[in-house]
Design a protein around this ligand. Structure first.
Ligand code: F0G
Length: 479
């Protein structure tokens, strides 16, 4: 049962079939180019798209917009201290701003930085500072073909860092070239799978062995803590708030996007432990904060944004909130699995990941089955998801995943029902041989960013025939 009722609503509309078809064409078969008005259920991301509570809106009125020494900053500081256990923070406009502040101060040319799996912006900021991001996920975490996922129990923390891989990396490149060990909770690039507290303790140990700074990307720390409480025996029966503090207590530094478990529409920060050994890093990061984000008591946010995040952080570890949040994601996963949609199980904390290669077996990888599924979901139900396969990550052998990411406190059971029904309709079209693959017709120079702006067209299916028909009609009209 939902733990909320609505007080502010945003009207949404399901465009009719012809409109959806036209929108898709105009968007170049790339849903990043769609107007949000044209989307009925928007599962593109959980980042900054959630619904704020009445207490957050009330706090916004108390925003202190002073350039320096804002009271709102103090309130954020005290929330971070209470909820996450860190005393020193450097605010930033969002997560990637915080990454730029911290990683620019922490890594340099020729370094190597291991992580359970780097999220795109993390990878980009590490690389941008001349270092090499290295993924160290557990083998077979997602049930690779050659190394099948061992058993259900083991998959409970499929997001874990493989600390042995970090040790091997150190043997290979030298511990002196590994300035930091990172762990991302939950592991967004690995189907949002959680990381155990035990694993964070091991990561702390390995960081100590290498004399490296241990950083946690905490943007989904509350969702992760919920899974720990449910699955890690030591924490059974504890509060999510206590588990979260325990898990974060092993890190030297946090990078936080407040747009996730800060329950805010914008904002982020770097947090550092109050430890004299970290004074140098703190001074450097503060300087970078001022240079790139803004003075140290606002960091690219308005005072009111600081307030909203301060309240949001406290709400994120409330039992009623987190239970509602994670169980909604699980429910969507169950609804799709019941309809034979191949989804990653167990589901992660923020999204359901669909294996598009399995769902659309007729579409070969070079025709982007994930993007084809994303387009079909829009075509059939104006549902917007995101492709995280060979279209988003060219030249990698990532699985062809489509992510359906639920904004926090935003959609209800009937919206989930609509998504599930949309999948049924896509399956019908697939079975009738009507789903076609895609090819890229225009792409930006930076391959890493192509899924944001590339344009595509359908090939080899009924859609292509329809498009060709329309082109011929247009040519006939011109004549
Ligand atoms: N770290 C992780 C694990 C993330 O998932 C994100 C953002 C960031 C850092 C960057 O934070 O967006 O505030 O700059 N993830 C979003 C997503 C965009 O859709 O998964 P940001």
């Amino acid at each position: 049962m939902r733990a909320y009722k609505s007080k502010v609503v945003t009207p949404i509309r399901l465009p009719d079939r012809d409109e959806r078809e036209e929108n898709l064409q105009q968007a170049g078969y790339n849903v990043f180019n769609l107007d949000s008005d044209a989307v009925f259920v928007d599962l593109l991301t959980d980042s900054g798209t959630g619904t704020m509570s009445e207490n957050q809106w009330a706090a916004i009125m108390k925003g202190d917009e002073a350039y320096a020494g804002s009271r709102s900053f103090e309130r954020l500081q005290s929330a971070v201290s209470d909820v996450m256990g860190f005393e020193r923070i450097i605010p930033a406009h969002q997560g990637r701003g915080a990454e730029n502040v911290l990683y620019g101060a922490l890594v340099e040319d020729g370094d190597y930085v291991p992580n359970n799996t780097h999220f795109d912006t993390t990878r980009a900021h590490i690389a941008n500072n001349g270092a090499e991001p290295v993924d160290c996920p557990r083998d077979g975490a997602l049930g690779d073909e050659d190394e099948a996922r061992p058993d259900e129990d083991d998959s409970a923390f499929a997001g874990d860092l493989d600390v042995e891989k970090v040790r091997e990396l150190a043997d290979e490149v030298g511990a002196e070239n590994i300035p930091a060990v990172l762990v991302t909770i939950t592991n967004n690039s690995l189907a949002g799978q959680p990381v155990s507290v035990e694993n964070v303790r091991e990561a702390r140990e390995v960081a100590d062995e290498l004399d490296a700074t241990f950083v946690i990307d905490a943007c989904r720390f509350a969702e992760n803590a919920y899974f720990v409480r449910e699955r890690e025996e030591e924490f059974a029966g504890e509060s999510v708030a206590d588990v979260a503090r325990e898990q974060l207590s092993y890190a030297d530094a946090l990078v936080m996007s407040g747009k996730k478990d800060g329950l805010a529409n914008v904002g982020g920060f770097v947090a550092l432990r109050d430890d004299p050994e970290l004074d140098g890093l703190h001074a450097k990061a503060r300087e970078r904060g001022i240079l790139y984000e803004g003075f140290t008591t606002y960091g690219g946010m308005a005072g009111r944004d600081l307030e909203a995040m301060a309240v949001g952080l406290r709400e994120a570890v409330e039992e009623s909130y987190i239970e509602d949040r994670v169980s909604q994601v699980q429910r969507l996963g169950d609804m799709l699995a019941e309809r034979d949609v191949p989804v990653q199980r167990p589901t992660g904390g923020h999204a359901v990941y669909v294996d598009a290669a399995e769902f659309l077996p007729e579409i070969p990888p070079e025709r982007f089955p994930g993007q084809a599924l994303v387009c079909e979901l829009y075509r059939e139900g104006a549902v917007r998801g995101v492709e995280l396969g060979s279209f988003a990550f060219p030249e990698t052998d990532r699985p062809e995943l489509v992510r359906l990411c639920l904004p926090r406190r935003t959609y209800g059971a009937d919206h989930l029902e609509h998504v599930a029904e949309t999948f049924e309709e896509v399956a019908e079209r697939r079975d009738a041989g009507e789903v076609s693959g895609l090819e890229i017709v225009e792409e930006p120079e930076m391959a890493e960013l192509r899924h944001f702006s590339a344009e595509l067209r359908p090939v080899g299916g009924s859609e292509e025939r329809k498009e060709q028909g329309q082109e011929q009609e247009a040519t006939a009209d011109d004549d």
